[in-house]
Write a protein that binds this ligand. Structure first.
Ligand code: PEP
Length: 253
């Protein structure tokens, strides 16, 4: 149950950065520099840049995803975007439960479970983010925290839906801070996540990719992304530059 798939997955979370022209240029640069023979790769631009990124990525192995989705398919939800709309554009995955959504926008585990369901209803791969805060880390309850986040997010879904998930372990205190956990701590958290998935869907949990996220760079990629159980990386800041993101991907592959 502890063997991640051979090909790692590297995903860039662009957050609220880059305009349409920059998005198009970055996708074109990534299409020629990423090591697609060794890694799968995707980028998640802001909503207004999805069309430009999708057009630039057409015919390349680079997949394009969104950073957020609403839990309902339609209705009076001013400012929101549904999974049906994203799927209709050709978007392939969506980041769900990022810690910035949890802490800055009040997203709960229960809402995140509904967003996972919405993504699956429309054939999008949810990249479900979980991770402990600094206080939870100091209290040594990381394993319990990530297990709870997984349980709440997946317990109401069918085993088939859960199998399609990608999980990203992102310690909240490591995001955008330049601080990272040790490879040993990363492996321990990934094992807790996989055990929680195993409890829900059994041995097929072994095939679910669990990414590491949090200040990943070319400097720390060799140690962090080759720690046992790590199936790739969710990369924020370092994904905004083609050469840096490609270097992380090469070191992960
Ligand atoms: C993220 O926000 O998902 C992330 C991993 O950010 P960074 O790499 O900048 O820490």
């Amino acid at each position: 149950m502890s063997v991640p798939p051979a090909k790692r997955l590297i995903v860039g979370n662009w957050k609220m950065n880059l305009g349409e022209d920059e998005a198009r240029a970055l996708v074109r640069a990534l299409a020629t520099t990423l090591p697609f023979d060794r890694t799968d790769a995707g980028v998640a631009p802001a909503f207004p840049c999805l069309r430009a990124a999708l057009d630039a990525a057409r015919g390349t192995p680079l997949t394009v995803g969104a950073q957020n989705v609403h839990a309902d398919d339609r209705g009076a939800f001013t400012g929101e975007v549904s999974a049906a709309m994203l799927a209709g554009m050709g978007v392939r995955f969506v980041i769900v439960g990022h810690s910035e959504r949890r802490t800055l926008f009040g997203e709960t585990d229960a809402l995140i479970a509904r967003k996972v369901a919405a993504a699956r209803r429309h054939g999008l791969v949810p990249i479900l983010c979980v991770g402990e805060t600094e206080a939870e880390r100091e209290a040594e309850i990381t394993d319990e925290v990530v297990a709870r986040q997984i349980h709440v997010a997946v317990d109401t879904h069918t085993a088939t839906a859960v199998e399609q998930l990608v999980v990203a372990y992102e310690p909240v205190w490591a995001i955008g801070t330049g601080r990272t956990p040790s490879p040993r701590d990363v492996t321990a958290a990934h094992r807790a996540i996989r055990a929680a998935l195993h409890a829900r869907i059994g041995t097929v949990a072994a095939g679910i990719r669990i990414l590491y996220g949090g200040s990943a760079t070319p400097a720390n990629a060799p140690a962090l992304l080759h720690a046992p159980e790590v199936g790739g990386a969710l990369v924020g800041g370092a994904s905004l530059d083609a050469a840096t993101f490609a270097a992380v991907a090469r070191l992960a592959g």
